[in-house]
Design a binder for this molecule. Structure first.
Ligand SMILES: *[C@@H]1O[C@H](CO)[C@@H](O)[C@H](O)[C@H]1NC(C)=O
Ligand SMILES: *[C@@H]1O[C@H](CO)[C@@H](O)[C@H](O)[C@H]1NC(C)=O
Ligand SMILES: *[C@@H]1O[C@H](CO)[C@@H](O)[C@H](O)[C@H]1NC(C)=O
Ligand SMILES: *[C@@H]1O[C@H](CO)[C@@H](O)[C@H](O)[C@H]1NC(C)=O
Ligand SMILES: *[C@@H]1O[C@H](CO)[C@@H](O)[C@H](O)[C@H]1NC(C)=O
Ligand SMILES: *[C@@H]1O[C@H](CO)[C@@H](O)[C@H](O)[C@H]1NC(C)=O
Length: 574
């Protein structure tokens, strides 16, 4: 276990340095920033900062809705134009309002893909085979079903009375839209084989038994040629950016720790879990997913997609993900995570907000009716007659531990700070924004001291308001796959993994070109932000009484080389 040895070595170095009372601190600082802190020069701090991303977004106060007359080509892959506009045009169809299924109809219980029997697999294969044989312009045809993910995720439609694209990723529409997609897809599959109880299956990647690619999706019609053949036999990696060389056992522990973080300690408020509050119109745009969308959702798409394709098609890109049948199993588990989180907070309404509740999507149902379904319709699974098999939640018991005793970590960091070794100060006395300058590129790790406006808060105060690390103005230059990890009070971040309590979260984006059809978002280019809940984590790092924390951003695999970040501060979220 190289990690432990490195940490031990670090502690020894710390002791030696302390004993010598040396002003120089070469070994440790060299580990933190490989050359003599060039990042300091490059990432200077400016005091001014108008756009901190925190101001309440303007909005028109109306629910989100697609203008069905506006379908146009979008940009599924870089500069390549593609179109997934449906024919006949949706604007020509009669729309009916969604009706809940009969409350006495049986509940469709989605089971784990690694536990289903041969009979079930045969049924699923038969349904998909029929789907693939339907006429190409039939709305139930497999490829037309796949187009739904392209239509709603690459911005093929504008919003009504706006040129802003209608899209369902990176915001509070993420879970509701995908739940509706699965609902209709499942009922269509059932209808095609005359089975009203047919249920989708979920890829239980959050459970050690389900962390391999489900074998049922490697055969016959459920197989897909555009997958990464090299990775598929191994355990999945939620913190994937490149092959990390970890053993299967290490990956399992890492995945479970990340699940704990993204389901429990980092997801205490609805916005943290669900994603940013996208409002209608160009001014209301936001572009930041919740914890589970960021990971495992994003990395898993990239992990399955074929690395030899331009944007990792099929699963690695919005426009093509629906062509791989495993999308529906992947998203069934995403949806199961939402259902689990809803239960964990006693089904408290996520957002008591009419704009969200009345935002609407259209789908074909199993009877070929064109249906308008709203966010409020999909909140209660029992009304949709859906449930998930209970296979346990092993990640509930995997609360991460600090990798270095917190008091030692703090004293090392303080010393580095006092010697001005590579630590940038965020002079945010008033919790106002301060910009990392435009050239603050994430070529290598950056450590920043961030002021905490409130310390020693009571449990009650913490319950009411979650302390949130707010990393704003993330500009990826839309350069494909970008990933960086975030740590607090990390002494040696290069060896840290999600199993370490210092791990706060990660930023990943898949094929962002899709969300930015050229010429349509020129008016206001929205930069994503990261909001990471840290109240529980700070307790575990024994930092609740500290005025400052040290935040380290670690770019991964060279992907964040052109990415800039405007700033970091603490905020409180109700
Ligand atoms: C769009 O604008 C028209 C004309 O101003 C208005 O009548 C209509 O209600 C608007 N629709 C929405 C959804 O805002
Ligand atoms: C819908 O889009 C069409 C085509 O772009 C446009 O002419 C029409 O005004 C839009 N309608 C609304 C309500 O936004
Ligand atoms: C699934 O597809 C891959 C890629 O085309 C192929 O190598 C593999 O043999 C297929 N598996 C089966 C069981 O047909
Ligand atoms: C969900 O719907 C069921 C009826 O199917 C109802 O009994 C239950 O109270 C609802 N839950 C919530 C949180 O509204
Ligand atoms: C905060 O709590 C710590 C630990 O209990 C204590 O040492 C410190 O004095 C407190 N600070 C303030 C300002 O209350
Ligand atoms: C960074 O930007 C340069 C210049 O635009 C480009 O050539 C390079 O491919 C980019 N690198 C990454 C990793 O995006």
């Amino acid at each position: 276990m190289a990690k432990q040895w490195l940490l031990l070595l670090l502690l020894l170095l710390h002791l030696v340095a302390t004993l010598c009372l040396s002003k120089q601190f070469p070994p440790v600082s060299n580990l933190l920033l490989p050359s003599s802190s060039p990042a300091t020069a490059r990432v200077a701090i400016a005091d001014s900062g108008a756009e901190d991303g925190s101001s309440e977004i303007k909005n028109r106060g109306i629910p989100l809705k697609a203008n069905l007359s506006s379908c146009h080509p979008s940009y599924p892959s870089g500069d390549q134009i593609g179109s997934c506009c449906p024919t006949p045009a949706w604007s020509e169809l009669e729309i009916i309002d969604f009706q809940f299924p009969d409350p006495s109809s049986p509940i469709r219980v989605r089971r784990a893909a690694h536990l289903v029997d041969e009979e079930y697999k045969a049924k699923y294969e038969k349904a998909v085979a029929i789907m693939k044989e339907l006429p190409l312009d039939h709305p139930h045809n497999f490829w037309r079903q796949a187009d739904l993910h392209c239509i709603y995720c690459t911005g093929a439609f504008d919003q009504v009375n706006s040129t802003a694209p209608f899209k369902t990723h990176h915001s509070w529409l993420f879970f509701p839209w995908h739940r509706a997609l699965l609902y209709f897809h499942e009922r269509i599959l059932g209808k095609l084989i005359g089975d009203d109880n047919f249920a989708l299956t979920f890829w239980s990647w959050d459970h050690p038994d389900g962390m391999h690619f489900p074998t049922m999706f490697t055969k016959g019609v459920l197989n897909d040629t555009e997958r990464d053949a090299i990775r598929l036999p191994t355990v999945v990696d939620f913190n994937y950016h490149e092959d990390r060389g970890l053993t299967d056992g290490e990956l399992v522990l890492d995945n479970l720790a990340l699940m704990y973080h993204h389901m429990v300690s980092g997801a205490k408020k609805a916005e943290l879990f669900m994603g940013c509050k996208l409002r209608s119109g160009v001014d209301g745009d936001c572009d930041s997913g919740g914890t589970i969308e960021e990971s495992p959702h994003n990395p898993m798409h990239g992990w399955v997609g074929d690395r030899n394709n331009p944007v990792k098609e099929d699963m690695g890109a919005f426009h093509s993900a629906g062509r791989d049948p495993v999308l529906y199993a992947h998203h069934s588990n995403i949806d199961r995570m939402w259902a689990t989180w809803q239960k964990m907070r006693n089904n408290e309404l996520e957002f008591d907000n009419e704009e969200w509740l009345n935002s609407e999507f259209t789908f074909f149902d199993e009877n070929l009716q064109f249906v308008r379904i709203r966010v409020r319709d999909v909140l209660n699974m029992s009304k949709l007659r859906i449930d998930y098999q209970d296979i346990g939640l092993p990640w509930l018991d995997t609360r991460p531990q600090p990798s270095v005793p917190p008091e030692i970590a703090r004293s090392i960091l303080k010393k580095r700070h006092d010697h001005n070794e590579g630590i940038l100060r965020m002079p945010s006395e008033t919790a106002e924004a301060h910009k990392l300058q435009r050239n603050g590129r994430l070529e290598k790790s950056i450590t920043i001291r961030v002021q905490r406006p409130r310390i020693n808060r009571t449990q009650e105060a913490k319950h009411k308001e979650e302390e949130v690390l707010f990393i704003y103005g993330i500009d990826t230059k839309r350069s494909g796959f970008v990933k960086f990890d975030v740590f607090i009070n990390a002494v040696e971040e290069t060896v840290l993994v999600p199993q370490s309590r210092e791990f706060v979260g990660t930023f990943t984006n898949i094929d962002n070109s899709c969300t930015n059809p050229k010429g349509r978002m020129e008016k206001k280019k929205v930069k994503p932000h990261l909001k990471l809940g840290i109240s529980e984590l700070l307790e575990d790092l024994q930092a609740e009484g500290d005025d400052n924390i040290w935040v380290t951003l670690v770019p991964r695999g060279g992907t964040a080389i052109n990415t800039t970040v405007e700033g970091i501060r603490i905020m409180y979220m109700k």
